[in-house]
Design a protein around this ligand. Structure first.
Ligand code: ATP
Ligand code: MG
Length: 458
């Protein structure tokens, strides 16, 4: 079947695995992304998928460090030194009555049969190790040369088997800068009923890869054009056609797409960019001359993002980070800000989120006018923050010269009231850092206690 480019260097670990299997009369093939990325000239990857005619049970017996990741579907993970290798027993899938998983799988002996169940021609190539015989029954290598994503076999039929494949096609288009072949693309809209059956976790993983790809804006545009966007994120639908006037060159949805594109390829930042103005349509009020205003939109944006991310089962720490960034994205720094204003910003944003918020602002500005991201646009604010931070100040309750135990020692009741007092003390110190001594704060706390009427509870 022709030889693969001699430049492909099979990693030593893979040869070791293949040797072990060969001694048992079993075959080993490199499949999937590693070969695709090789032909793309993307260099070597540590994420290698293997196929074999050995059964999962045999593999478990042959290798000491194996995790039975998806053993029901014939997939295990072999750990070899620093490498993690997914190994799948050659198989075909039978019947997809639920559009999400095969009714049954059959292990097969023939690599060509295994390749025929794979999603796209560029992912349906195999290289046998150690013979280095190359299998490319669907001309994936030619499609890679033409930058085409093409279903293996009939696209409509393949999308009805597994509704995730349309999203994978668009994810690969965004990652690789490929076009989706016409027949494959036009099979996407009719496959939406099958897409609806796909689990949230699988959608989340593919959508996340799309977001952190090099061309997320064109990926998002493809999702919209094929009808998938409103399936994945109905929260964004009202943003289409929501015009902003003023400095804005785009409607809210294009602004969001461009903000994602202009953000660094970090999942949390890109999710925050995608949702930061999603609440604008719901908060819009038309003023004089039909100029819209969007007061409080960040609160609605945060709610919409929270709902969407929970539905897609993003991890809680991702959700918390994204929500915080959205809630805090509306700041308007100017040189007239006092040091106290800068300190309050740092306290509200949280020291660890400041860089993220600045990245988001750079992206937001770029996506307003359609210009390139300009890191220097936030330089004045960043310098100001650095200088204010360098003056030994308190930005969090735990930076205060006094703590809950100190307050308890001078007779304060523990509980929510103490939390309120500590918050008040932090506000005081943000206004005037000179107040951050134990004597001054105890005095302030005592007078606050009297004013809040807490004294009689002691
Ligand atoms: P990545 O670089 O993102 O890991 P990949 O092509 O290796 O890309 P995987 O999800 O790791 O993608 O899948 C490995 C291989 O398994 C694919 O190359 C493809 O041959 C096959 N495959 C994965 N998902 C599907 C699917 N939903 N339907 C059919 N084949 C699939
Ligand atoms: Mg892979």
């Amino acid at each position: 079947m022709g030889n693969i480019s001699p430049r492909y260097r099979v990693p030593k670990e893979i040869r070791t695995i293949a040797d072990v299997l060969r001694r048992k009369g079993r075959k080993t093939y490199i499949v999937g992304g590693a070969l695709r990325d090789h032909f793309l000239g993307r260099g070597e990857t540590n994420d290698i998928d293997l196929a074999t005619d050995a059964t999962p049970t045999e593999i478990l017996e042959l290798f000491p460090r194996v995790i039975p990741t998806g053993i029901k579907h014939g997939t295990v993970t072999i750990l070899l030194r620093a490498l993690q290798v997914e190994m799948t027993t050659l198989r075909v899938e039978k019947g997809y009555s639920d559009g999400r998983r095969p009714d049954s799988i059959d292990f097969v002996k023939d690599i060509a049969e295994d390749l025929s169940r794979r999603d796209f021609t560029m992912n349906a190539m195999a290289l046998e190790v150690p013979s280095e015989e190359f299998f490319d029954p669907f001309s994936g290598r030619i499609d890679i040369g033409n930058k085409k994503i093409r279903s293996v076999g009939n696209a409509a039929a393949r999308f009805t088997e597994d509704g995730l494949r349309p999203l994978r096609a668009i994810r690969f288009a965004a990652q690789l800068g490929f076009d989706i072949d016409d027949d494959t693309l036009s099979a996407i809209p009719p496959s939406i009923p099958t897409f609806r059956k796909v689990s949230a976790e699988r959608i989340r993983d593919e959508f996340g890869k799309l977001l952190v790809s090099t061309r997320p804006a064109s990926g998002l545009a493809l999702l919209e054009a094929t009808g998938l966007l409103s399936e994945i994120l109905p929260e964004l639908v009202p943003a289409r056609g929501c015009l902003q006037k003023g400095l804005h060159a785009y409607d809210v949805l294009d602004h969001l797409f461009l903000a994602v594109q202009a953000s660094p390829p970090d999942l949390g930042l890109r999710l925050a960019a995608l949702f930061h103005d999603a609440g604008k349509p719901a908060s819009m009020i038309l003023g004089e001359n039909d100029i819209p205003s969007f007061h409080g939109h960040e609160v609605i944006s945060e709610t919409l993002a929270l709902r969407a991310m929970r539905r897609l089962r993003f991890p809680n720490d991702t959700i918390a980070r994204v929500c915080h960034l959205i809630a805090q994205h509306m700041f308007h720094y100017g040189p007239e800000w006092t040091d106290a204003a800068v300190r309050r910003f740092i306290a509200r944003a949280g020291v660890d989120s400041i860089e993220d918020l600045l990245y988001l602002r750079i992206a937001d500005t770029a996506a307003t006018a359609g210009t390139a991201p300009d890191p220097y646009s936030v330089e004045d604010f960043r310098n100001r923050i650095v200088s204010v931070k360098s003056k030994d100040s308190a930005f969090r309750i735990k930076d205060l010269a006094i703590n809950g135990n100190d307050l308890a020692a001078i007779g304060f009741p523990r509980g929510p009231a103490m939390g309120r007092i500590l918050n008040e003390l932090l506000e005081t110190v943000l206004d005037d850092p000179d107040q951050n001594t134990i004597e001054k704060l105890s005095n302030i706390a005592t007078s606050l206690r009297d004013r809040l009427g807490l004294s009689n509870k002691i």
